[in-house]
Design a protein around this ligand. Structure first.
Ligand SMILES: *[C@@H]1O[C@H](CO)[C@@H](O)[C@H](O)[C@H]1NC(C)=O
Ligand SMILES: *[C@@H]1O[C@H](CO)[C@@H](O)[C@H](O)[C@H]1NC(C)=O
Ligand SMILES: *[C@@H]1O[C@H](CO)[C@@H](O)[C@H](O)[C@H]1NC(C)=O
Ligand SMILES: *[C@@H]1O[C@H](CO)[C@@H](O)[C@H](O)[C@H]1NC(C)=O
Ligand SMILES: *[C@@H]1O[C@H](CO)[C@@H](O)[C@H](O)[C@H]1NC(C)=O
Ligand SMILES: *[C@@H]1O[C@H](CO)[C@@H](O)[C@H](O)[C@H]1NC(C)=O
Ligand SMILES: *[C@@H]1O[C@H](CO)[C@@H](O)[C@H](O)[C@H]1NC(C)=O
Ligand SMILES: *[C@@H]1O[C@H](CO)[C@@H](O)[C@H](O)[C@H]1NC(C)=O
Ligand SMILES: *[C@@H]1O[C@H](CO)[C@@H](O)[C@H](O)[C@H]1NC(C)=O
Ligand SMILES: *[C@@H]1O[C@H](CO)[C@@H](O)[C@H](O)[C@H]1NC(C)=O
Ligand SMILES: *[C@@H]1O[C@H](CO)[C@@H](O)[C@H](O)[C@H]1NC(C)=O
Ligand SMILES: *[C@@H]1O[C@H](CO)[C@@H](O)[C@H](O)[C@H]1NC(C)=O
Length: 749
């Protein structure tokens, strides 16, 4: 009690911000504006973290003589721990500074005495941001700042901490570097990967609360000139690390290292995000006046997720939902107001259990105006290229002659109604970004000016176009999607993709069309399936190492049936139709698993090899006893990738004289129990509930019993409900996003 009094006394004596226990903060700027009278208006949002009460935010001070006014809004608590344990809270408030006309930069300061008690013994903290107020020659807009934040309470068991990727998004497209703030020493054995903005460790980190003070600094990726209101200008060379940053903004947070736990597997006791959750670093678009929703889903098999911790804007609502199989999800809703226009809003979230926490994921919401995003663009993704079509009528002020892709040597074309662009994933400046569960190919359409143009009356255009492909494929949640494109990349093979389709006949030319689903196939009909590989490399060959059928979308289901294994054809009805090196066409008679299963999925494991290489897996063909963990000859072949087709749904009346003639022969080919060779292409996997498959009732056993009802040779009416792969869903989602992402003229006028 007395100690408390002393602390309070000290506060009033020192006049320091009164936040008793500081748990970190972040500042994010709106794009600065120039007022009619020539002064600058800079609005920034401040989020401050605490444990039990967050509404008392400290106030920033502006360098004296720079600001003529500093208007603070009311501070609202944006998230808090509702479990009664008071583990976190966060508040957000915003301040608008008016800055004198003749200033070239603007800086903010705040300080306090009292970091939350921490094992590093840190007490005083300072908050800081510094923004260059030059007009940039690349965007013709005033310079902006990187955007970042964290959730309030970060926790990780000591043995499970493998790195904390932080959000570092720059709305100007600048390169952002993150380093420990100058005067603060990093806690022992923590290090910062400055270019990826990832907190890492160099040895064992101590248990307890650590506090971190980071500085985010951006530098232009291109040579630019900054011109200031006082008539001066400055040149900034691209990625010159010695030149002063365009903006500096401090990020502070605390992280508690918890005692070690027995199992660090993601999804065991630490929740893992499932695939509908946006990836870390995603930029999403929200429109003024329209409710934006963000959905995240996580799962922990041996702990119960009781909440999601969120760092978001004021008035973002959170609806938590607890589900079966240790899953839980959250829907965040937010309706941007007019005052949020052009704001880049950082949003971070974690899934919480009593014992630990998932990884933190952060996204950026770009707030755009409805009128600007009504331009219509559609992006079509195929396994090795993307095509974009912009509807001219929807964007009346756009001139195709002043649009370019990232690589300006690739031009856009135009027909009567659309502006068209087509680019391969390896040309035209298309970049590959690894977004955790997804690979994303990104390019953008930009407007440009001619070097000698003095005034411009065309609208500024910046349209990001991208194709997003899951690294691993989980089918269960998505059906009735007919496309099945898979894309992978490997350093020596570039990007390559597979399509897996069902064809109407043995010509393998016409795919079963989307609208025909579900398709009924006549009795005794064959199913025609084709796998195509698409690669930018001219000389590759496709090899189908295995294909197996399962009654659900889990290729590891113990109830499975091998059609092809180790390159050997095992099913006697299976026929391979000759084709070229990058296609594999086959037919098989329809079949069904015995018991109460009426669906069949086919999963194949495929490899691409350098054509003609005698040492590749492709050249070896059928090998009865493959060498265990055969070493893959580098640069000669890819790892194997799983691709899935299905479900084939059996809806027909069961025929009475089921032909069992095949059961003997099939049973004779009795391979050892399935041990999947297929490697997924890396990345995290969803922990979908494993569908119980009836123990070890593999199809062989069933065939060997008299009660076998596995009908091979098929007297079923087959309805092919095609493919349910995520990709198409994401392509469509992406299209929707892209349609939303047309943002026209900047805010500089
Ligand atoms: C900037 O303008 C203010 C008044 O608007 C003036 O007092 C100050 O001296 C000016 N500073 C410089 C460096 O010109
Ligand atoms: C903390 O701040 C106070 C007041 O500004 C100062 O007197 C004190 O020396 C600072 N402590 C440390 C460890 O820097
Ligand atoms: C840093 O890590 C090393 C190696 O793991 C360990 O020996 C050392 O004790 C750690 N330092 C601290 C302060 O924990
Ligand atoms: C940027 O400027 C430097 C120095 O003026 C020059 O050497 C370099 O070629 C320029 N780079 C680009 C990409 O224009
Ligand atoms: C949040 O909601 C309150 C009450 O509905 C409203 O008064 C306030 O203006 C809103 N704040 C923002 C930033 O939208
Ligand atoms: C989590 O911890 C709180 C307080 O210790 C306790 O009341 C609650 O029952 C715990 N919940 C679970 C699911 O263990
Ligand atoms: C222009 O191309 C688009 C996309 O391929 C197409 O939908 C449209 O019909 C074409 N318009 C004309 C006039 O050919
Ligand atoms: C396959 O194509 C050939 C010619 O392209 C055609 O004559 C034949 O009828 C087709 N076969 C089937 C089964 O459609
Ligand atoms: C199937 O098993 C492999 C190897 O054990 C594993 O890597 C993969 O994640 C499993 N797939 C599913 C969908 O469970
Ligand atoms: C290989 O054959 C498939 C059809 O069977 C065709 O779609 C593809 O274009 C062919 N590829 C090459 C390189 O000829
Ligand atoms: C393709 O592979 C064959 C056989 O190895 C080789 O002779 C040929 O030169 C290769 N072609 C290209 C374009 O690499
Ligand atoms: C099943 O058998 C009955 C009587 O034997 C026959 O009428 C019926 O057509 C058969 N069903 C089919 C699908 O063949």
């Amino acid at each position: 009690m007395e100690a408390g009094l002393v602390v309070l006394l000290l506060f009033s004596l020192l006049g320091i911000s009164s936040t008793l226990s500081f748990h970190g903060d972040s500042i994010s700027f709106m794009p600065p504006k120039k007022n009619g009278d020539g002064t600058f208006k800079v609005t920034f949002y401040h989020r401050q973290n605490g444990r039990s009460n967050c509404e008392d935010q400290s106030s920033f001070k502006c360098e004296s003589g720079v600001c003529t006014s500093l208007d603070e809004s009311s501070v609202l608590q944006t998230d808090q721990d509702n479990s009664g344990q008071r583990r976190w809270c966060q508040s957000e408030g915003h301040t608008t500074a008016t800055i004198r006309t003749n200033k070239t930069s603007f800086s903010l300061m705040d300080a306090g005495c009292c970091w939350a008690s921490n094992v590093d013994g840190k007490t005083n903290w300072t908050s800081h941001a510094e923004l260059d107020l030059g007009r940039r020659s690349d965007s013709h807009a005033l310079n902006g700042c990187p955007v970042t934040t964290t959730v309030s309470s970060l926790r990780s068991p000591q043995n499970c901490f493998s790195g904390l990727p932080l959000l570092a998004y720059d709305p100007d497209g600048d390169h952002v570097r993150c380093r420990f703030a100058a005067k603060s020493t990093a806690p022992a054995n923590f290090t910062m990967d400055e270019t990826t903005c990832t907190l890492k460790t160099t040895g064992q980190v101590g248990i307890g609360v650590h506090v971190f003070e980071l500085m985010l600094e951006d530098s232009s990726r291109k040579n630019i000139t900054l011109t200031y209101a006082d008539g001066t200008s400055a040149f900034r060379e691209a990625t010159d690390i010695n030149s002063p940053p365009l903006c500096k903004v401090k990020l502070q947070f605390s992280m508690e290292i918890l005692p070690p736990i027995p199992n660090c597997d993601a999804g065991h006791v630490q929740p893992v995000f499932l695939s509908r959750t946006p990836s870390h670093g995603d930029v999403l678009h929200a429109t003024v006046g329209q409710t934006f929703q963000l959905y995240a889903q996580a799962q922990a098999h041996h702990a119960s997720i009781n909440d999601f911790q969120v760092s978001g804007p004021q008035n973002m609502s959170k609806v938590f939902n607890d589900d079966t199989f240790g899953k839980a999800d959250v829907t965040l809703s937010w309706t941007p107001q007019h005052s949020d226009l052009y704001r880049s809003v950082p949003v971070c979230f974690t899934a919480e259990t009593n014992q630990s926490q998932s990884d933190m994921r952060c996204v950026v919401l770009m707030v755009t105006q409805a009128a600007l995003i009504q331009g219509k663009a559609s992006v079509t993704c195929s396994p090795n290229k993307m095509m974009v079509a912009l509807e001219k009528a929807s964007m009346p002020d756009i001139d195709v002659n002043f649009l370019q892709l990232r690589d300006s040597s690739c031009s856009l074309t135009s027909n009567g109604t659309h502006i068209l662009g087509s680019m391969s994933f390896s040309t035209c400046g298309t970049k590959l970004e690894d977004k955790g569960d997804f690979l994303v190919f990104v390019n953008e359409i930009n407007s440009f000016e001619l070097a000698n143009e003095i005034i411009v009356r065309r609208k500024t255009v910046k349209i990001e176009i991208s194709c997003k492909f899951p690294k691993t494929v989980s089918i269960s949640s998505y059906y009735n999607l007919q496309n099945s494109d898979y894309v992978f990349t490997e350093s020596s093979f570039g990007s390559f993709g597979y399509t897996f389709d069902v064809y109407t006949n043995s010509n393998f030319t016409s795919k079963v069309p989307a609208i025909a689903y579900p398709v009924e196939v006549n009795l005794l009909e064959e199913i025609y399936m084709g796998i195509r590989a698409e690669s930018d490399l001219p000389n590759v060959s496709l090899f189908v190492e295995s294909c197996k059928a399962t009654p659900d979308d889990n290729p590891n289901n113990t109830l499975s049936y091998d059609l092809i294994k180790n390159g050997c054809l095992l099913d006697e009805t299976l026929k391979v139709h000759p084709s070229n090196l990058t296609a594999f066409n086959f037919e098989v008679q329809a079949f069904k698993f015995s018991g109460n299963y009426n669906e069949v999925y086919v999963t194949c494991s495929v490899i691409l090899c350098e054509a003609g290489n005698a040492f590749s897996r492709c050249a070896q063909g059928c090998v009865a006893q493959p060498a265990r963990r055969r070493k893959r000859s580098l640069h000669k072949e890819t790892v194997s990738h799983s691709i899935t087709q299905g479900p084939f749904q059996f809806v027909g009346q069961e025929d009475n004289n089921s032909l069992m003639k095949k059961s003997d022969t099939t049973a004779a080919v009795n391979p050892p129990p399935v041990s999947p060779d297929t490697k997924s292409s890396g990345g995290r996997r969803d922990f979908a509930p494993t569908v119980s498959s009836g123990g070890d009732w593999g199809i062989k056993q069933i065939l060997n019993t008299n009660i076998s009802t596995v009908v091979f040779g098929c007297i079923f009416s087959v309805a092919l409900v095609l493919m349910a792969v995520l990709v198409h869903y994401f392509m469509r989602k992406r299209k929707a996003d892209d349609q939303k992402s047309l943002l026209g003229s900047g805010w500089e006028n």
